[in-house]
Write a protein that binds this ligand. Structure first.
Ligand code: SF4
Length: 337
């Protein structure tokens, strides 16, 4: 498989009056052509900062990508890109959709023109050609009456249609990677499912690789092949969808799974929210970052960072429970359980 992206030891900090917030602390992963990867975690875990770094959207200052971090796109470190390379990369190679399409769409510009604009910039098309192509893109994302819709403004679209239009803009130049940051959070449940189905359909049709950023494990079950669970700026577990849903190995992943509603669960109390708050990333804990919220916490958890244990070729977790002398605990959750 063709390797598109390789993130190596990414560390990103933000300099604030209170001190240096270490938002991303040594994150590494890969993405191949046609693959879909979900990065899951609560807000503040570093998932959005990671995606912004891949898009080159970390503002410096106050942000800083630390020395030693590498983001390789097709083997080339994007952190060393020239201005011209950035222009080609953003939009034409990698593009992004955000949570709230209303803030990303230009309210004073017709939707068709907003799609056409990126084709004119990146593909050198004339306005007429690009507008025609924009109508086709709106059809592709299943917007009815695409031609007349292309001449409307964002406020004339429903929330779901606006997100479809955002996807059309993001895919207009046929990028190799689409980053979707909480793309369904602002939408109601039925529309959420439609947007995920659309992304799946387009991925199949166009072969685009997807990075889906979300706090909701329930959203990714159908779409992601690979999953990364992040907590306090670090990866605590990674694996393929089957491994993470049927055989999760980290207490934080267990907690996330217990917060996802199940169709076969009738009792309200089956849904458990995660107590406590994530640690302060100005002074991250010296041991396990999840220790203050973990019911399995041992003395060593507070003192030494947990080693990463390989569960399978594709599955690993960073938790002291996998040490040979650790007490054996039953996995309390998992779709198979
Ligand atoms: Fe819990 Fe310890 Fe594992 Fe951290 S290392 S998740 S505190 S058991």
């Amino acid at each position: 498989m063709e390797r598109l992206l390789e993130v190596r030891n990414l560390r990103v900090s933000y300099h604030t009056y209170a001190g240096e917030v270490q938002s991303v602390r040594g994150v590494s992963f890969t993405l191949d052509k046609g693959e879909s990867l979900a990065i899951v975690g609560e807000s503040g875990c570093g998932k959005t900062v990671t995606s912004k770094a891949i898009m080159g959207l970390i503002q410096t200052p106050p942000g800083e990508i630390k020395k030693g971090s590498e983001i390789l796109f097709q083997g080339k470190n994007i952190l060393e890109f020239s201005k011209k390379e950035w222009q080609q990369y953003r939009g034409a190679e990698v593009s992004m959709i955000f949570q709230d399409p209303m803030t990303s769409l230009n309210p004073t510009m017709k939707v068709g023109l907003q799609i056409a604009e990126s084709l004119m910039i990146h593909r050198g098309m004339s306005k007429k050609e690009a507008f025609k192509e924009a109508v086709k893109m709106l059809e592709m994302v299943n917007i009815p009456n695409a031609e007349s819709r292309a001449n409307q403004y964002p406020h004339q679209f429903s929330g779901g249609m606006r997100q479809r239009a955002m996807i059309a803009i993001a895919l207009a130049c046929n990028p190799k990677i689409l980053i979707a940051d909480e793309p369904t959070t602002a939408l109601d449940v039925t529309i959420q499912a439609q947007i995920i189905d659309l992304m799946k359909e387009l991925q199949k049709k166009l072969g685009t690789s997807i990075i889906l950023i979300t706090h909701d494990l329930g959203v990714v079950a159908d779409i992601a092949q690979k999953l990364i669970v992040m907590y306090a700026g670090q990866i605590v577990e990674r694996g393929n969808a089957e491994e993470l849903f049927y055989n999760p190995q980290h207490p934080y992943t267990w907690a996330l799974l217990r917060a996802v509603p199940r169709l076969d669960s009738e009792k309200k109390e089956d849904l458990i929210s995660i107590q406590g708050t994530p640690p302060d990333l100005i002074a991250p804990p010296k041991g396990c970052p999840f220790a203050s919220r973990c019911q399995y916490r041992m003395q060593i958890c507070d003192e030494v960072p947990p080693p990463v244990t390989k569960i399978s070729e594709t599955h690993e977790a960073a938790c002291w429970l996998h040490h040979e002398y650790a007490p054996k605990v039953d996995i309390p959750v998992g779709r198979g359980g």
